[in-house]
Design a protein around this ligand. Structure first.
Ligand code: GTP
Ligand code: MG
Length: 656
């Protein structure tokens, strides 16, 4: 059986990953149409949105490519692809060098100490510079970046590369020509000796030879380098042009030769990790998985580790070019797509036994941008929830939620482009049209002091009347659940059977609020007196009385608006720290701390949610996309008086 390699392409949007992956497959002899950016939204926009899957075979090695999008709002795809790849191919634009997502990709691949290769791509461009790209990489990143090639340019054209390991040139147009151009002799010698020096740190024998200046063979360098790559210690740097299909054969050789294959056991108990879900237009829901151990077979069933259900493997696919083909048997190291597996979730480990070891995927970033979504027509209302569910289960950073306070349907994502793309997808695939607007803030109401009120509900017009009188006291309450109800009736001023009615009335009044129609919280309510009528009293009458009594007491208890406050963490390059802090202050933020981490500062703050609604967009424009942030709900806190006045006035206006 042949070898398997899984390679993820990561890097900033526009560096040429999709073009490169397409060219690699084409050169490897894939005859059928290759289409990585296959979805309608990708075709319309001209960039990648989902992981693109493709595979080709070179010699006895089958290479599966995972082409990730480089747009920062689509970052989750990188979180899916990197952990299941044998090597990350970090692609860098030869004119632009290190960009924002290059940094993000570096963190994600490097943090895991995984094998990584860097490719300086688009070397055909007029102002392409391998040297500048390397300098930029070294400036940004700590790590042993080792050029294993140097580009050969003639009259501005990219015509070949010097293979520093073999110490010979490769010309794209002339097979067999191997002479290193004279003007490169010096740079080649320098680059080659640092390459050998670094490689020799991986192997004592080679180190001796290096120190004694003995001749060193291509094989010896290759062996030591691949040890360094396997450990994530050495990071080879190559150059190519995907669009002009230059440097791709050597790249493929390195990817299949230098990069270590998976040390996996095809005979062991079966285990696979589900790292991506898609809705294929022809095949329906597909769960992409990497086989970790053993062999996955059609017709056999697996279980979800940790207690999920049984999964029948009915339709299984691997890739040939970008086409799925049925595959009855996939050994460890394979990337497979499991069809008709509606029950599988992102991050599920499936195995022969429920006690199999779970494969831990890194935690996905949390969505930081929210919009309220409203169906455009009645027909959209009916299709919306199904469509939203289909789309959101495939994406960890797209979440749909109904806000319990405002009752709005909220779509969360990473930014405005991200949400627009998925709203387009809902239209294209499910014919659902949605409008979006800024979500309402889920304010709450509370009181600042103790108050009492009495309310008598009495109706005696024909037939049976209604009667109930409630006297209650409310006061601020910090205990669990934000609410407590006390029955302090002594004697029988309100008979026990009506007390549940009283509580229902209180709860209803609390849900409705009485300041700006937001729910009331942090209140203790004690009913301590009242009166009843032997014939006309009922649970309903007491409910009505209690509701009004609560409202009256609430109005007297110095009612206050509370707003949600978020725990915010911003990671910024240090030069933006001052600017970002003063901006957070301007958003009524409270800075909790600053942790410098290399060239990055992590700022921690508490900021009201109402000030964060467009932060994802504002932060990006303030820092040219170089800062990222996370936020999560922290607590509710009193709104300043002037803002409370505005919110209350707005609520009154809405009511009219
Ligand atoms: N001159 C030149 N242009 C290239 C090369 N590779 C890609 N391009 C162009 O650069 C643009 C972006 O290429 P893509 O391959 O879509 O870039 P990507 O990295 O996949 O971008 P995302 O999917 O957004 O991450 C396209 O217009 C390509 O034609 C190259 O090697 N040389
Ligand atoms: Mg792409």
């Amino acid at each position: 059986m042949g070898q398997l390699r899984t390679i993820c392409l990561v890097g900033h949007s526009g560096c040429g990953k999709t073009t490169l992956a397409t060219a690699l497959m084409k050169r490897a002899g894939i005859k059928e149409q290759i289409l990585l950016d296959a979805s309608q939204e990708e075709k319309d926009r001209g960039y990648s949105i989902d992981i693109g899957y493709g595979a080709f075979t070179k010699g006895d090695t089958t290479v599966t490519l995972l082409d990730t999008p480089g747009g920062d709002e689509f970052i989750e795809e990188m979180y899916k692809a990197v952990p299941v790849s044998d090597v990350s191919l970090l692609v860098v634009h030869a004119e632009k060098a290190v960009e924002v997502v290059t940094e993000r990709a570096w963190d994600l691949t490097g943090a895991a100490k995984r094998p990584t290769l860097v490719l300086v791509n688009q070397m055909d461009r007029e102002n392409a510079s391998f040297e500048k790209a390397i300098a930029s990489l070294r400036d940004h990143f700590e790590g042993k970046l080792l050029p294993i090639q140097l580009p050969i340019r003639e009259g501005g054209a990219f015509v070949g590369v010097v293979d520093l390991i073999a110490n010979q040139a490769v010309y794209f147009a002339e097979k067999g020509k191997k002479a290193i151009p004279d003007d490169l002799a010096g740079p080649v010698e320098d680059a080659r000796s640092s390459l050998i020096e670094e490689a020799s740190t991986m192997d004592d024998e080679l180190m001796m030879k290096f120190l004694e200046e003995e001749p060193i063979s291509t094989e010896e360098i290759t062996t030591s380098l691949s040890i360094g790559v396997a450990q994530g210690e050495l990071i080879p740097v190559l150059c190519a042009s995907g669009a002009e299909e230059k440097g791709l054969d050597t790249l493929t050789q390195v990817l299949t030769g230098l990069v270590p294959g998976p040390a996996l056991d095809a005979a062991a108990a079966t285990r696979a990790i589900v790292f991506d879900l898609t809705n294929d237009p022809y095949l329906g829901r597909l769960a992409y998985a990497r086989v970790l151990d053993g062999t996955v077979q059609e017709g056999k069933s697996l279980v979800v580790v940790g207690g999920g259900g049984k999964i029948e493997i009915r339709d299984m696919y691997t890739l040939e070019g970008t086409k799925q083909k049925r595959e009855p048997k996939a050994p460890a190291g394979s990337i497979i797509a499991i069809g008709k597996a509606e029950d599988l979730k992102l991050g599920d480990t499936v195995a022969t036994s429920i006690d199999g070891a779970a494969f831990d995927m890194p935690a996905f970033p949390q969505p930081v941008y929210s919009r309220t979504i409203v169906p455009k027509s009645q027909a959209d209302v009916e299709k919306m929830s199904e469509a939203l569910r289909e789309v959101s289960t495939t994406k960890a950073t797209i979440q749909v939620e109904r806000d319990p306070v405002t009752k709005e349907q909220i779509l969360r994502g990473m930014g405005d482009i991200h949400l627009s793309v998925f709203i387009e997808r809902l239209k294209n695939r499910y014919n659902v049209s949605l409008e979006t607007h800024t979500p309402q803030i889920p304010y709450k109401e509370t009181i600042r002091k103790k108050a009492e009120a009495k309310y008598r509900h009495k109706k005696q017009s024909g037939g049976r009347g209604q009667f109930g009188e409630v006297v209650l006291r409310i006061e601020p309450f910090d205990g669990e659940g934000g609410y407590q109800f006390l029955d302090e009736i002594k004697g029988a001023s309100i008979p026990g059977q009506y007390i549940p009615g009283v509580e229902k009335g209180v709860v209803e009044a609390m849900e409705e609020g009485n300041l700006a129609k937001y729910p009331v919280t942090n209140v203790s309510v004690a009913v301590f007196d009242g009166s009843y009528h032997p014939v006309d009293s009922s649970e309903l009458a007491f409910k009505i009385a209690a509701r009004s009594a609560f409202r009256d007491a609430f109005d007297k208890a110095n009612p206050t608006l509370l707003e949600p406050v978020m725990n915010v963490q911003v990671r910024v390059p240090e030069e933006f720290t001052g600017d970002i802090i003063s901006d957070l202050n301007g958003r009524r933020g409270r800075i909790l701390g600053m942790d410098p981490a290399g060239k990055i500062t992590v700022i921690r703050a508490e900021v009201p949610l109402s000030e964060m609604m467009s932060y994802a967009l504002d932060l990006k424009s303030r820092t040219q996309g170089r800062a990222v942030f996370q936020m999560e709900y922290a607590k509710y806190q009193a709104v300043p008086g002037n803002i409370q006045e505005k919110v209350v006035a707005q609520a009154r206006q809405n009511e009219e």
